[in-house]
Write a protein that binds this ligand. Structure first.
Ligand SMILES: Nc1ncnc2c1ncn2[C@@H]1O[C@H](COP(=O)(O)OP(=O)(O)OP(=O)(O)O)[C@@H](O)[C@H]1O
Length: 560
């Protein structure tokens, strides 16, 4: 329970982190105040009920007509209050959701947490759903329930006070010859009634929280299967993989349906109690008040007034029962979201196993042992120095760990040991499959910066230089593998880093294009150091040294 409060507190604090959001607490207070107006409206209606039915009982048509007019005014004012309150609540909802979503995205992207959370024991399922869906559910659920709770707590005091005065008469019962008088018995009856009902609700609904959490997880994994397919239409179409994909979708949906059956089964069990409870809340008070009426303590109008006051107390006290399902859902959402954010923060701070030496003018790897996630030794490098402006060709058997080495160099590979000292200055990594943002080819070339940083002309020129002059305004969708690699070369020409790591960056290009692009790089970027990982000899970039990673680590040290 304490843990649930801690999660709520942490997420709530994130809702308020955006600039100006502290002030939104004021807006929250206005929303609460408007909602509290409903307490006054209910109290006024209780009073109206007594006056109206008394007029009817006395067959006083003029008074009854006047009461109908009063009823219209109460309803008009109450509707205005309700609509304004709802509008402001929704304004607040999007503000807090933006703040929470920003915080979640921040946690996910900082320190490459997204990468660490995608692998190994810390892997988090469906982060996209947690950010898009859970943030929304948490804020709307929290606001709804918090406002409701405050309103009910305030209302409770007013309703109890009213019931206390209205139901001052005692209940007289005879027990074993003893006559017992219970003063204000209706107030005690309300508490007893709700306490018992809340206990039963909790007992019946307890498994709902984990069932909701599981449902959301399975729905997200079903959605993800289709989203993943969407990114590989060509590949699936060429492999005739439709049936296999359909099987996967069906399997995932079967999981959704099986948990759904468990969930609705539990809701049914809970409903067998809560549904009749909700529908008897308005009638039972009348039955409880009847002894007072039969004993002549109250008139008919008073009886109706009493019944309304009693049901207000019971309805208010029953918040837990009415909201049980939604509360279980909210607790499940907040647990998932909070775990995600905490894990992302921890992942961002996870120390690299490779020690970093002080800033230097070259890059140096010493006693580096890169390992696979299962602990297998991959590449070992005893001593390798990369000097500014030089070009090194790294070659080695497939699956040796070359790409993994680039991740260690980039600073986020978490398995291995040794010292990797990266020189100050810009580093760029060109993987075999470069990431192209959606949008135009020009935007993709400027990525991760924007076109205006380089100027439209410069971006167009870079694309012309790599042979994509006709594609500048085209969309990145549908580019061939070789064209994608050309865009990455244009990106390199624009960003002009001091250090560039090319990992099979020309694998999809024909020999002539590879030669042209590599010589272009060397010519345009004479001060850049290139580390070229390739199976084919990248002669056009004129490597000064070749390091055969397939050879024993000692030989590498000798070459350094
Ligand atoms: N995230 C990961 N999870 C599990 N195994 C991994 C992961 N990343 C790399 N490996 C394993 O590490 C080994 C080295 O992979 P890597 O991609 O670095 O090889 P490579 O030398 O670049 O191969 P290639 O020349 O074929 O591109 C492989 O056995 C690979 O399966």
């Amino acid at each position: 329970m304490l843990n649930v409060f801690r999660q709520f507190r942490r997420l709530m604090a994130l809702c308020l982190t955006a600039p100006g959001n502290k002030a939104s607490l004021l807006l929250f207070a206005v929303v609460v105040a408007l909602n509290l107006g409903s307490v006054y409206a209910t109290l006024r209606l209780v009073q109206w009920t007594g006056e109206f039915y008394s007029a009817v009982e006395k067959v006083n048509a003029a008074e009854a007509l006047r009461q109908i007019g009063i009823f219209g005014i109460i309803v008009g004012l109450n509707s205005t209050r309700h609509l304004l309150g709802e509008y402001l609540r929704k304004t607040l909802e999007i503000r807090w959701r933006r703040s929470l979503t920003d915080a979640a995205i921040d946690a996910w992207t900082r320190g490459k947490a997204y990468w660490h959370l995608a692998h190994g024991e810390n892997a988090i399922d469906n982060p996209d759903q947690r950010i898009a869906e859970d943030c929304r559910l948490f804020v709307s659920g929290l606001l709804g329930e918090a406002i409701d709770l405050i309103q009910r707590v305030v209302g409770l005091f007013s309703y109890i006070a009213l019931l206390w005065t209205l139901a001052a008469f005692p209940l007289s019962i005879s027990l074993f010859g003893l006559s017992v008088n219970i003063p204000h018995y209706m107030v005690w009856a309300a508490f007893l009634y709700v306490a018992l009902s809340s206990g039963i609700t909790h007992l019946l609904g307890r498994p709902l929280k984990s069932l909701f959490a599981e449902q959301q997880r399975r729905e997200a994994s079903f959605r993800y299967a289709m989203a993943r397919w969407r990114t590989a239409f060509d590949e699936v179409a060429l492999t005739n993989g439709e049936d296999a994909e359909k099987r996967l979708f069906r399997n995932r949906f079967d999981l959704v349906a099986s948990n759904w059956r468990r969930l609705i089964g539990r809701e049914l069990i809970l409903g067998t109690f809560t549904y009749p409870f909700q529908h008897s809340v308005l009638r039972i008070p009348l039955f409880v008040a009847l002894p007072g009426y039969f004993a002549g303590h109250v008139a008919f109008g008073g009886l109706m007034q009493l019944a309304t006051a009693f049901s207000s107390v019971v309805t208010t006290l029953s918040w837990f029962i009415f909201s049980y399902r939604d509360l279980a859902d909210l607790v499940a959402t907040s647990a998932r979201l909070d775990t995600f954010i905490q894990k992302a923060k921890a992942a961002a701070e996870s120390p690299s196993p490779f020690t970093q030496a002080a800033a230097r003018s070259d890059a140096r790897l010493r006693n580096v042992q890169v390992k696979a996630p299962d602990g297998r030794n991959l590449i070992a490098i005893d001593d390798l120095t990369i000097r500014p402006g030089e070009t090194i060709w790294l070659r080695g058997d497939s699956g040796l760990g070359k790409t993994t080495l680039t991740k260690a160099l980039a600073g986020f590979w978490p398995h291995g040991e040794g010292e990797i000292a990266r020189a100050a200055g810009n580093w760029m990594f060109l993987p075999q499959k470069p990431w192209l943002s959606s949008g135009t080819v020009m935007e993709a070339a400027a990525y991760p910066l924007t076109i205006d940083i380089f100027g439209t002309q410069a971006v167009q020129q870079a694309l012309c230089d790599v042979g994509l002059g006709t594609k500048t305004d085209a969309s990145t969708e549908g580019l061939s593998g070789g064209e994608i690699q050309r865009v990455a070369f244009a990106r390199l020409l624009l960003h002009r880093p001091q250090w560039a790591v090319l990992d099979e960056a020309t694998s999809a290009l024909d020999l002539a294009s590879e030669r042209y692009l590599l010589s272009l790089l060397r010519q345009r970027m004479p001060d850049t150091a290139f580390l070229v990982i390739a199976h084919r000899d990248p002669a056009a970039i004129a490597p000064q040294r070749t390091i055969d990673l397939g050879a024993p680590a000692v030989a590498i040290a000798a070459l350094a």
